[in-house]
Design a binder for this molecule. Structure first.
Ligand SMILES: Cc1cc2nc3c(=O)[nH]c(=O)nc-3n(C[C@H](O)[C@H](O)[C@H](O)COP(=O)(O)OP(=O)(O)OC[C@H]3O[C@@H](n4cnc5c(N)ncnc54)[C@H](O)[C@@H]3O)c2cc1C
Length: 504
């Protein structure tokens, strides 16, 4: 008799759980996704004006994302990423600083690059080195309950170093402002990415739209391995069986309850022996009977807060820079990704001039030559609460002005099309003490696992966190079936010098 595992949610957590379970003898897996596409918050859609498939936002992985990279290797998409070993920082005055690793062991590999940052003074840099050392030596378990901003001030960081270094790194990594970041999570970013291993900081960028990575290709891979994949199948509730044997979506008492299946919005019921609930945190409790909201292990979920991320998509009639990407310091725009270059020099042909393009000032772009080749850029703004307030037109205008200040060619270029995409609940905010609110994958109901970047993974809300949670949930399911499997991958090894200097 096979064990039927139902996974609800086809984001990276659900997909990773499915990949971890796929092809195991004795298991039958059903993956349910409410939307018409896979990938959840890491997905693509067709831009109606250009007809091009674009991502909801540029997604970046780092070398230290060992589970995410294992997932990509497993499902055969690792070759669809490029590894970037050089970053360009553009300072507030428009001067560039290049960051690449020197042939030195970690944690010294980036020291020469930091030393050359032309947007920081020597005083800032010395303070920064001291701050990094103190942070690495902080025990994450006993890290104080205050915000990381408080910690930085206590450790003598100058306002310039805070604005131009700590903020720049963390707002991109955690999508939050420093006053809303937990010290332990800030430490993790710097230790894993910069201090422990010389490859941790390397940037991995998809060279194709996310849908090509996690869409039909992955669905076919899963289907070949005994996974039934169903899109547009939203679950409306998890069915429970209470101790007396009655099946109900709303049992009088959760004691001794077991999940027996899932009811879909269509009314269809699917029986299950094991369930993995891989939906966003705000959608978990509505799928469970009311009684479970007060379960101590689940009660914290409702208190998790989220942060928005915005991306400004710009199509110019000519290239504006040869750089593949750039990190901005001291500007509203945080990262620029040259998607045309990253996607292998693909040029995008201008579409026919319908529907009408936004009008007014620089955005008054008409497509005079429909055959012209367009250059596509994405500018990412994390923790974008200001953007939400300011609105599309003003934000696009401000971003184009910032690009023009860096690359004057923008003033001559024609902005053929532009759009702003904001994900309002992009990631869970890593607020001080947030880990107390994040539940483990094993829920209080023994055959119900939780998965998602918001669960307890030790990682912030990232693709790595999502894949880890899926792997952890899958390991629990396998253990319950008598199979001991290790899906979660070890971290990158810590360099000897980092152990000696920081006790990592
Ligand atoms: C704009 C933006 C930029 C980001 N940039 C980065 C980045 O650069 N690097 C990085 O590492 N991370 C980034 N992230 C975070 C990353 O996308 C997420 O951490 C990750 O994708 C979360 O995956 P998940 O599976 O946990 O959740 P989700 O992707 O939210 O998946 C949950 C799935 O469940 C489905 N669902 C919901 N309810 C039901 C139901 N009732 N029945 C069936 N299905 C249901 C949803 O449709 C969804 O597909 C970004 C996120 C956003 C939004």
């Amino acid at each position: 008799m096979s064990v039927h595992v139902v996974i609800v949610g086809g984001g990276l957590a659900g997909l990773a759980a499915a990949a971890g379970l796929a092809g195991r003898p004795g298991l039958r897996i059903t993956l349910l996704e409410s939307r018409p596409r896979w990938g959840g918050r890491a997905s693509s859609f067709v831009d109606q004006t250009t007809g091009e498939t674009i991502d909801n936002c540029q997604h970046v992985a780092l070398g230290c994302c060992t589970c995410f990279r294992h997932f990509c290797r497993t499902i055969g998409i690792e070759g669809m990423f490029c590894r970037e070993r050089e970053l360009t920082f553009i300072g507030p005055e428009g001067r560039t600083s290049r960051m690449a690793a020197a042939p030195l062991p970690a944690p010294l590999h980036l020291a020469p690059a930091f030393a050359r940052f032309n947007f920081l003074s020597w005083r800032d840099k010395l303070g920064l080195a001291r701050g990094l050392r103190a942070l690495a030596r902080t025990d994450p378990k006993s890290a104080d309950a205050g915000s990381f901003l408080d910690w930085l001030k206590r450790h003598g960081q100058t306002p310039v170093a805070i604005d131009r270094f700590w903020h720049v790194v963390l707002v991109s990594a955690l999508s939050e402002t420093l006053d809303r970041i937990d010290v332990g999570h800030a430490r993790k970013v710097f230790v894993d990415a910069f201090l422990a291993n010389r490859h941790g900081w390397e940037v991995w960028l998809p060279t194709a739209p996310l849908d090509e990575l996690y869409g039909p290709r992955l669905e076919a891979w899963l289907a070949d391995r005994n996974v039934t994949c169903r899109l547009q199948c939203g679950a409306s509730s998890v069915l429970m069986q209470v101790a007396d044997g009655a099946i109900s979506a709303n049992p009088a008492s959760p004691a001794g309850a077991r999940a027996t299946g899932v009811e879909l919005r269509s009314g269809e019921q699917i029986d299950a022996d094991e369930i993995v609930l891989a939906v966003p945190q705000n959608l978990v409790l509505p799928l469970l009977p009311d009684e479970y909201r007060s379960f101590p292990d689940l009660a914290g979920i409702e208190r998790l807060e989220t942060a928005p991320i915005s991306s400004v998509h710009l199509w110019f009639d000519r290239p504006i820079t040869r750089l593949r990407h750039a990190t901005f310091v001291g500007r509203q725009s945080q990262w620029m990704f040259n998607r045309s270059a990253i996607q292998g020099g693909t040029t995008i042909h201008a579409p026919p001039p319908t529907p009408p393009l936004p009008r007014g000032g620089e955005l008054d772009a008409e497509i005079r030559n429909p055959k012209s080749e367009l250059s596509y850029y994405q500018v990412v703004i994390s923790a974008s609460r200001d953007v939400v307030e300011r609105g599309q037109e003003a934000t696009i205008r401000a971003v184009v002005d910032e690009l023009a200040a860096v690359w004057p060619v923008v003033r001559d270029a024609r902005l053929v099309h532009a759009r702003l995409v904001t994900e309002h609940k992009a990631v869970v905010s890593m607020l001080p003490g947030v880990d107390w609110l994040r539940p483990a994958q094993q829920s209080p109901i023994e055959n119900l696992q939780l998965a998602g970047d918001w669960t307890q993974t030790g990682w912030p809300g990232t693709m790595e966190g999502a894949v880890r949670s899926g792997y952890l949930a899958a390991e629990n399911v396998l253990r319950r079936c008598g199979i001991n499997a290790h899906l979660v991958q070890p971290d990158l090894p810590v360099a000897l010098l980092s152990k000696i200097l920081f006790g990592l």
